[in-house]
Design a protein around this ligand. Structure first.
Ligand code: UDX
Length: 450
């Protein structure tokens, strides 16, 4: 077997919590520390504040088995783990750069309390060069105490996708390990050995390459989506159907079918923030990026297409009621950070329209963000959200939206207008059923193939 490791994780957000639960699941003893006492108390009861398939059971099981504990006691947490993960948030600051204040605070805390060797690993997405800052911060805190236990720093970015986070952690495509010595590399290889049984997925490299890899992966993916969305805009104007184009180009292995779905723009906690942050890093180092800014520019425009489509159809939207299917930025999550649904709803309210919305998981989150307001009805079912609406907009492609009872829908809706922000329906079928159908990049009225 592999040595059981004592692990400390700072931050119980998405990345910290999934990492902690998964590492505990394979037998390690994991302490997760957070400054938010309410969150710690909640998690200690096995109550998981985010929706992520399988995470509840994993947390509860490992808490009950005594392998996973939550605390606010930073001193005890630093004493616990030979490996100390930093998994706190790195939000965008006003300039778009990643705000490192929480990362620095954790590094300082570790330096303030450590008495023996520690390997400090950044798992948060952090700009290139952050490991050096972490090292300097720890060093300064140790100097202030006039002690000098040994420590290493490493970069080990997380690539998990929300909605598939546990699967991604347990069966990673690759594990990126950025280190500057063998001791640190050995610790991390041992840590990930249980997830490497079919093949060695560890890619050991220098720290800066590891830090850049995380951004590079997300930027490539975001660029694919923006490229498709730009093609969809062109497709609409030249009278083509982007879905036919997509299936044809995906057949080229160099392009591939993954991640080339046009839609109403990308959201979430990673893509928008990381595109901005890499742009900012690039400028700080004297290189003016051309493509990076375009990825975000296209996306911002794309997030407005649903509203513009409605405006083009109805003219004045004041007094209209619009049904919204899907609030989360993608299926299988309740996360609404930078979600296209928010751009749409806010524009509709601005124009004097009201919204009836349904999402299988995110209505609670919507209530938290927007509170109670007269122009937002959060509904208990998809059909309820379609009742008496002038148009229905599909914003998130949850499975349950894929095959609704169109007859019933048409009866419920005030007008049979569907705006399909994820191209999940067959345009000809809907038109035959009597709907006015708008997709993304599927030129309205495009003739069926002969
Ligand atoms: C992403 C990366 O995939 C993950 O590796 C990284 O660790 C964090 O960021 P996530 O934000 O959870 O993960 O979502 P993802 O499934 O990648 O989707 C991102 C956004 O792109 C969503 O808004 C989604 O709707 C959109 N998207 C994705 C498209 O519009 N078209 C596609 O073809 C794929």
């Amino acid at each position: 077997g592999w040595p059981l490791l004592r692990i400390t994780i700072f931050g119980t957000g998405y990345v910290g919590l999934v990492t902690g639960a998964c590492l505990a699941e394979t037998g390690n003893h994991v302490v997760c520390v957070d400054i938010d006492a309410d969150r710690v108390a909640q998690l200690s009861r096995g109550d998981v504040p985010i929706y992520e398939p399988g995470l509840d059971a994993l947390v509860t099981g490992n808490v009950n088995a005594g392998r996973l504990t939550f605390t606010t006691d930073a001193e005890a947490a630093v004493a616990h783990g030979r490996l100390q993960f930093i998994a706190v948030g790195t939000p965008s600051d006003e300039s778009g750069a990643a705000d490192l204040q929480y990362v620095r605070q954790v590094a300082d805390t570790i330096g303030r309390y450590m008495t023996e060797y520690r390997l400090v690993i950044t798992k948060s997405t952090v700009p290139v060069g952050t490991a050096d800052e972490v090292r300097a911060t720890i060093r300064a805190a140790l100097d202030a105490r006039d002690v000098s236990p040994e420590f290493d720093v490493a970069s080990n970015p997380e690539f998990l996708k929300e909605g598939a986070a546990i699967e991604d952690f347990m069966k990673p495509d690759r594990v990126v390990i950025g280190v500057d010595n063998e001791r640190a590399a050995d610790h991390l290889r041992a840590l990930y050995a249980p997830y490497n049984r079919s093949r060695d997925r560890c890619m050991v490299m220098d720290i800066r390459s590891a830090e850049l890899t995380k951004y590079a992966a997300n930027i490539m993916l975001a660029a694919k989506v923006s490229m498709m969305n730009e093609l969809a805009q062109i497709s609409d104007r030249v009278g083509a159907d982007i879905e036919r184009v997509r299936t044809a180009i995906g057949a080229d292995h160099r392009i591939g079918y993954h991640f080339i779905y046009p839609g109403c723009g990308f959201g979430g906690s990673c893509f928008p923030k990381d595109v901005r942050a890499l742009g900012s890093t690039s400028k700080q180092h004297g290189y003016e990026p051309a493509l990076l800014d375009a990825i975000e520019g296209v996306n911002m425009r794309q997030k407005r297409v649903l509203f513009e489509r409605l405006q083009a159809h109805f003219g004045d939207l004041a007094g209209r009621t619009i049904g919204v299917w899907g609030l989360a930025f993608k299926p299988n999550t309740d996360d609404m950070r930078e979600a296209p649904s928010r751009t749409l709803m806010e524009a509709l309210w601005e124009a004097g329209a009201s919204v009836r919305a349904f999402d299988p998981e995110a209505t609670g989150e919507a209530r938290r963000i927007y509170g109670d307001r007269a122009d937002l009805a959060l509904c208990d079912s998809a059909l309820d959200a379609a009742r008496d609406v002038d148009a229905l907009v599909v914003v998130t492609e949850w499975h349950i939206f894929r095959s609704p009872d169109f007859d019933e829908l048409k009866t419920l809706m005030a007008q049979p207008v569907i705006v399909d922000g994820r191209n999940i329906y067959e345009p000809d079928y809907l038109r035959r059923e009597g709907f006015t159908y708008y997709g993304i990049g599927r030129a309205a009225g495009n003739p069926a193939p002969v």
